[in-house]
Design a protein around this ligand. Structure first.
Ligand SMILES: CCCCCCCCCCCC(=O)SCCNC(=O)CCNC(=O)[C@H](O)C(C)(C)COP(=O)(O)OP(=O)(O)OC[C@H]1O[C@@H](n2cnc3c(N)ncnc32)[C@H](O)[C@@H]1OP(=O)(O)O
Ligand SMILES: Cc1cc2nc3c(=O)[nH]c(=O)nc-3n(C[C@H](O)[C@H](O)[C@H](O)COP(=O)(O)OP(=O)(O)OC[C@H]3O[C@@H](n4cnc5c(N)ncnc54)[C@H](O)[C@@H]3O)c2cc1C
Length: 669
């Protein structure tokens, strides 16, 4: 737990004393409200104090035990939720702090939202109460062995049989086997299955169906259903607690009313009827989850940076030539230039995630009122932000591991498991490259419409300012000029627009649009990244412009915002220079300003990670302990490894002793 307990010594107290802002108010700025801080705090402590939720031994558990441990934790969490009558908000936070991937994530995160989004009112009335009480467990079975990204290429069939008023679910090929769905392998009783709807001999494409997979009596697979886990995954512990599964159907029959019929229906006679809504609403659950993944990116990156900042503040290496104490590694400028942009990114992703949640809610309300005008904006923002934030977070966690030197490689640092658990976020819910290409296509469409005078809206509104942005010159003359939000915003807008226009022009030179999009896809990726980075920078600037209470809080957030933006300028200087948005000298000034910002951030670094308000249990890291008392903890942790159960290892008699004896004989020769 955090410092303050009897007898604890705060080894980072000196660091905390140098903070130039009110940490308590920063906690509120980070969490979104005082209420959010309090609820999160209560739930985190509830989990941390419960021995069932212990996780320090997780990476040492064999897979079967790890899975059983996940089942136990999930059941215990549910018991506590019911006993304590927790609200939905509290229950979600409790599950978050349990911090172990498991079937419940998919049950609440995808199965329930899929029924809510795609089921009729009648279907919701039937299925949701069962799901809410855990009388059924559900998963989201979309991806197949042969196809994941290309949803329209899925092969599972749902053929309507009007004689019995049923759909026949079938897996016609090996590649049509459902493959990857979380919770499918061992836990789920039901799934929302995506399959090709065939009626009256015609294939109407992909639709969702609720299918029961296992007996509610003894959990055995129902006749015609083949089920299993797809095998061990990357890393120890990590995502191996999840039963990602395989599923095959052999002509399994389900009632007609188990097709999710909000968007389209099949009548008793077998007639296909499509409601007058965009077909893409079928992808609604993915849009919802992508939005939550952006919020999760800031959680994962803030955990990693919290560990790396605290450890870097206590770790010392080398010292002045004249003798004296060694230097805290956090004082090395190289450590700061690698770590502080990640800390700033964690804050940036937090605020853009907050904004994205607002956008998603707004779009949902519009959809309910049959206004589909913002569907494309929602798709572009969720897909693009999911891709950019998860890639940066996965890379950032790995960088934090390196920033912790050798000890970062130990499981007890928490970083290897955090990385292994997090990195599939770059793939699931849409491969990041595939998603960025979706964004780029929308940007190309927007550019092509500019000539006709159509004004882009939402996050693409800046593209309407094309005349100015194509020729404007950055007005920065001194390093301090880079502290102007207007200057930053302008170069990011000009860079994104010019890259998009250049790419569109190159595509137009290709023999066909499709060929151009194909040939220039590597450039398109960069166009999409530039646009998404502009959104993140803009939302951070807008956040800092709000009224933010607490001494020094706004100043710290402004610094972090500037670090984030100028770090991107430095990292992508090639883009800014090649598009003529700024000069090489202005690039050098940006870097100069960045150095000054790092120096200002340094005395606040530990307090800025304290503001995340993570318990030691949630952090799960010996190196990231709140009290900074790392070495005794590292030492103790090593002795807990099963390899240290006995001084002489298993295998000595069979493999070491004969070897050593043989060498003895040889040396006597
Ligand atoms: C909470 C706890 C968490 C839960 C915990 C989380 C744990 C992890 C769970 C992981 C779960 C999963 O991975 S579930 C599986 C996730 N699978 C994926 O994400 C698959 C990714 N693939 C796709 O989304 C799609 O197939 C596409 C977008 C790549 C391609 O689709 P397509 O149908 O072929 O479409 P395409 O021709 O490109 O586009 C046709 C038109 O539709 C638009 N369009 C495409 N997608 C969308 C969309 N979603 N919304 C609106 N519009 C869209 C395009 O802009 C285009 O517009 P216009 O040009 O016509 O105007
Ligand atoms: C841990 C984990 C959990 C998952 N959970 C679920 C779940 O609960 N339910 C579910 O249904 N699925 C789930 N999935 C599946 C996941 O959604 C897919 O793996 C994901 O959508 C990527 O699809 P793919 O595997 O087909 O990759 P592929 O598309 O085969 O990607 C392979 C490579 O091809 C590239 N590529 C593909 N298409 C293009 C293109 N058009 N242009 C350029 N490059 C391209 C990709 O960038 C990538 O480099 C999960 C996956 C993982 C790893």
């Amino acid at each position: 737990m955090e410092a303050g307990g009897a007898g604890e010594v705060d080894h980072l107290a000196g660091e905390r004393a140098t903070a130039q802002f009110d940490v308590d108010h920063m906690k509120v700025a980070w969490a979104g409200s005082r209420h959010a801080v309090d609820v999160a705090d209560r739930m985190a402590r509830l989990v941390a104090s419960d021995p069932v939720f212990r996780k320090d031994n997780r990476t040492m558990l064999p897979r079967k035990e790890l899975f059983k441990d996940t089942l136990r934790k999930a059941a215990h969490a549910w018991k506590r939720i019911v006993e304590l009558r927790l609200t939905e908000e509290e229950a979600n936070l409790l599950r978050l702090y349990v911090d172990q991937p498991g079937y419940v994530d998919l049950h609440w995160g995808m199965f329930v939202p899929a029924i809510k989004g795609q089921g009729t009112e009648e279907q919701q009335k039937k299925w949701l109460p069962l799901a809410y009480k855990f009388q059924i467990i559900g998963c989201y079975a979309q991806t197949e062995l042969g196809h994941g990204s290309n949803v329209q290429g899925l092969e599972t069939t749902a053929t309507f049989d009007p004689k019995t008023d049923e759909f026949v679910m079938h897996s016609p090929t090996l590649t049509s086997s459902k493959w990857w769905p979380g919770g499918l392998g061992k836990a789920s009783t039901h799934a929302v299955v995506y399959a090709r709807l065939i009626t009256e001999g015609k294939d109407y494409g992909i639709h969702g169906f609720i299918v029961q997979l296992r007996s509610l009596e003894d959990h055995s697979p129902l006749p015609g259903v083949t089920l299993g886990d797809i095998g061990g995954k990357f890393g120890s512990g990590a995502y191996n607690s999840m039963d990602n599964g395989v599923l095959r159907f052999d002509h399994v029959r389900i009632p007609r009313d188990q097709m999710l019929m909000r968007l389209s229906q099949v009548t008793k006679e077998g007639k296909y009827v499509h409601s007058n809504v965009p077909k893409q609403l079928l992808y609604g659950t993915m849009v919802f989850v992508r939005q939550t993944i952006v919020a999760d990116a800031s959680k994962a990156l803030s955990r990693a940076t919290c560990i790396a900042v605290r450890y870097s503040a206590m770790r010392k290496q080398f010292g002045p030539q004249t003798g004296g104490p060694e230097t805290q590694v956090l004082n090395y400028k190289t450590q700061q230039s690698r770590l502080f942009p990640l800390l700033a990114s964690a804050y940036a992703f937090r605020f853009v995630g907050e904004w994205l949640k607002w956008l998603y809610t707004d779009v949902t309300h519009k959809l309910e009122a049959k206004d589909f005008s913002t569907l494309q904006e929602a798709h572009a923002c969720t897909a693009g932000l999911k891709a950019v934030t998860t890639s940066a977070t996965a890379d950032g966690i790995e960088e934090c591991r390196k920033l912790c030197g050798g000890h970062g490689y130990l499981n007890s640092s928490g970083l290897p498991e955090l990385f292994a658990t997090y990195v599939p976020a770059c793939t699931y819910e849409g491969d990041n490259v595939v998603l960025l290409l979706q964004v780029a296509r929308i940007l190309m469409k927007t550019v092509s419409q500019l000539a006709s005078g159509k004004q882009p809206v939402g996050t693409m509104a800046y593209m309407g300012n094309v005349q100015y942005l194509m020729q404007c010159k950055c007005g920065v003359n001194t390093a301090e000029d880079w502290l102007s939000p207007a200057a930053i915003r302008e170069v990011f807008e000009a860079r994104a627009l010019r890259m998009a226009v250049n790419c569109a022009q190159n595509i137009n030179r290709a023999p066909s649009q499709e060929e151009g999009l194909y040939e220039l896809s590597p450039d398109l990726l960069e166009v999409a990244v530039a646009h998404i980075q502009l959104i993140i920078v803009t939302k951070f600037i807008e956040k800092v412009e709000q009224d933010i209470p607490g001494e020094g809080v706004k100043e710290q957030l402004r610094n972090l915002c500037n670090v984030y933006a100028l770090y991107l300028v430095h990292k992508h200087l090639g883009d800014f220079l090649s598009t003529g948005c700024m000069t090489a000298r202005q690039g050098a000034l940006a870097n100069q300003q960045l150095g000054k910002l790092y120096a200002q951030l340094r005395p606040n670094a530990v307090a800025l990670v304290d503001a995340f308000n993570y318990t030691d249990h949630y952090l799960g890291s010996v190196l990231g302990r709140y009290d900074g008392n790392v070495y005794p903890a590292l030492y103790d942790e090593a002795w807990k490894d099963p390899l240290n159960d006995s001084p002489v290892p298993d295998g000595y008699r069979e493999h070491l002793r004969p070897l050593l004896k043989q060498q003895l004989k040889l040396s006597r020769l």
